[in-house]
Design a protein around this ligand. Structure first.
Ligand SMILES: NC(=O)c1ccc[n+]([C@@H]2O[C@H](COP(=O)([O-])OP(=O)(O)OC[C@H]3O[C@@H](n4cnc5c(N)ncnc54)[C@H](O)[C@@H]3O)[C@@H](O)[C@H]2O)c1
Length: 238
């Protein structure tokens, strides 16, 4: 039995990732504040309550590692968005975005690489196309998601000798609660965005989950340190 930890695997993109790993027979350890949309009657879903704002605490990984007898993969998916220009971002909001999107992920990567040293494993970090290009009025988010790519490359280099790969996925515009909440404030923007996506459509959570599972799995055994856009070609521009 293979085991994966997915932060924020209880809803949105994370829930689709939970389902993708379940479909492939893995046991999924979901780390989140609430069970959210998880079906806890499924015995291969293990819910672990944790608030990632408490970013210095990665002891949940030790517990899950001990319970499962090893963790084949870690998906750092949890994240928060902030739709504000740089001059509007309050210091506490900047802290929140960096704490959850970057610092909690940073320490989780480090702890996972210690726990799995010599046993092998795979980390997938969820960045964004905001990690590859600037997005309007999203300075804190873009800063955080760009840092995720730097972190991913650093871990990929350092942890390779421990048999651990680390890659990032950069979703574009995907239909989820988060995207809908952001675009609800500016409905005309959705049409404009679709016009700029080469495939002319928003992606689905399943599109992202397929990429995450691929990078976590042995099918990607020689892929290390990439930031893979899953965006219908948006970030290449045209
Ligand atoms: N939806 C998109 O179009 C899109 C695009 C690019 C990147 N992303 C990224 O994908 C990831 C998932 O986004 P989503 O769209 O599913 O968002 P969402 O708001 O639906 O889910 C966010 C997830 O993060 C978890 N989370 C947030 N704060 C937490 C905390 N303090 N402690 C524990 N868990 C916490 C939540 O439980 C939830 O599962 C995020 O990293 C996001 O930045 C999303």
């Amino acid at each position: 039995m293979r085991h994966v930890v997915i932060t924020g695997g209880n809803k949105g993109l994370g829930l689709a990732q939970t389902e993708a790993f379940l479909d492939q027979g893995w046991t999924v350890h979901v780390v989140a504040r609430t069970p959210g949309d998880l079906d806890l009657s499924i015995d291969r879903i293990v819910f672990h309550e944790h608030d990632l704002s408490d970013w210095k605490d990665v002891s949940y990984l030790d517990r899950l590692h001990a319970d499962a007898g090893g963790l084949d993969a870690l998906v750092n998916n949890a994240g928060v968005h902030l739709k504000q220009a740089v001059w509007d971002v309050a210091p506490d909001d900047l802290d929140r975005v960096l704490d959850i999107n970057v610092k909690a992920m940073f320490l989780a990567c480090g702890r996972y690489a210690q726990l799995q040293a010599g046993r092998g494993g795979s980390i997938v970090n969820i960045s964004s196309m905001g990690g590859l290009m600037a997005l309007p009025s999203a300075a804190a988010y873009v800063t955080a998601k760009t840092a995720v790519i730097g972190l991913t490359r650093s871990v990929a280099v350092d942890a390779a000798e421990r048999g651990i790969r680390c890659n990032a996925v950069c979703p574009g515009f995907i239909d989820t609660d988060m995207t809908r909440a952001v675009l609800a404030k500016d409905p005309a923007r959705r049409d404009k965005i679709e016009g700029r996506i080469p495939t002319r459509a928003f992606g689905t959570p399943q599109n992202v989950a397929d990429a995450v599972f691929f990078l976590a799995s042995d099918s990607a055994a020689y892929i290390n340190g990439v930031a893979l856009p899953v965006d219908g070609g948006y970030a290449i521009g045209f």
